[in-house]
Write a protein that binds this ligand. Structure first.
Ligand code: CP
Length: 310
């Protein structure tokens, strides 16, 4: 299986998603080797083009590309000619003139990755575009669920928080539904949109939502995308939607606790919940490297034989 771009999970099939997750499992095995590197993308150039801040996504794409033996260029908007008025397409074409093969882009505008893919010859990987999608986060979240629960089909997954502004939520919803999970959305009514045509359950009471949950994925409040007051106060938000040990007492004992990061401890997640034995938040970060290796490999069109190290 190979595809030119990864723009979102909405347009991928169940088989496409399963292929990426299977490939990621093979790449994760590379982490256990003494030399954590394969020559799969030797001679290829990956450009990380980030117009918004990032800790996890940018560094893990960089590490993933390096573990595949690609050359990597990191480009951030601050300090570049973007601040002098250069357009996205002109910036991308300038980068392509440096012979890029894959452009990994994060941008504040929904649809920016799709626009880029229509204007460059490189493969484009969406590292988050506005409120639209963050496909590799959705994939790494599903990979982590699969590792711990052994399946996605039939899992009860609760996504809590600012779903309206969340590209992570959208990629999770599209991917999880395709793989047969039961998805519940929970948050203040102003922050939980209806996804017409998609089989999602909406539950405004977090303790009820947690009752049969196999997984809870907690989202932060995305103030940078808010143009109004969506709830009366942070204190009230935390009271009803912050995951605390008290609320967790309503959930099954083996519930998996996830958060894509960055976390706001004491707001959407209590300190003791973030650090409890059910939390797999740091594992999500590790798995992000394996999933992004799989995605870079698949969009590059490289052949399986280049995966061997010895
Ligand atoms: N989960 C996520 O996208 O984190 P960063 O913003 O740090 O990349």
């Amino acid at each position: 299986m190979a595809f030119k771009h990864l723009l979102g999970l909405e347009e991928l099939s169940k088989t496409d998603i399963e292929s990426i997750l299977t490939s990621a499992k093979s790449f994760k095995e590379v982490f256990t080797r003494s030399v954590k590197k394969v020559p799969a993308l030797i001679g290829k150039t990956v450009v990380n083009l980030f117009f918004e801040p990032s800790t996890r996504t940018r560094t893990s794409f960089e590490l993933a590309a390096k573990r595949l033996s690609a050359d990597v260029i990191n480009f951030t908007a601050s300090g570049s000619s973007v601040s002098k008025g250069e357009t996205l397409i002109d910036t991308a074409k300038t980068i392509e003139a440096l012979a890029s093969d894959i452009i990994v882009m994060r941008h504040s505008e929904s649809g920016a990755a799709s626009l880029l893919s229509k204007n460059v010859r490189s493969s484009v990987v969406n590292a988050g575009d506005g409120m639209h999608e963050h496909p590799t986060q959705g994939l790494l979240d599903m990979f982590t669920m699969l590792e711990h629960k052994g399946r996605i089909e039939g899992l009860n997954v609760v996504i809590v928080g600012d779903i309206l502004h969340s590209r992570v939520a959208r990629s999770n919803i599209y991917g999880l539904i395709k793989l047969g999970a039961n998805v519940t959305l929970c948050g203040p009514p102003t922050l939980v949109p209806s996804f017409s045509g998609l089989p999602v359950r909406i539950e405004y009471d977090l303790t009820k939502a947690l009752e049969n949950a196999d997984v809870v994925n907690i989202l932060r409040i995305q103030r940078e995308r808010m143009d109004a007051n969506y709830f009366p106060s942070l204190r009230e938000y935390t009271k009803f939607f912050g995951l605390t040990t008290d609320k967790l007492a309503h959930a099954p004992k083996d519930i998996l606790i996830m958060h894509p990061g960055p976390m706001n401890r004491g707001v959407e997640i209590a300190h003791e919940v973030a650090d409890c034995k059910n939390s797999v938040i740091t594992e999500q970060v590790t798995n992000g490297v394996a999933v992004r290796m799989a995605v870079l490999f698949l969009v590059s069109g490289a052949k399986e034989k280049n995966f061997e190290t010895d």
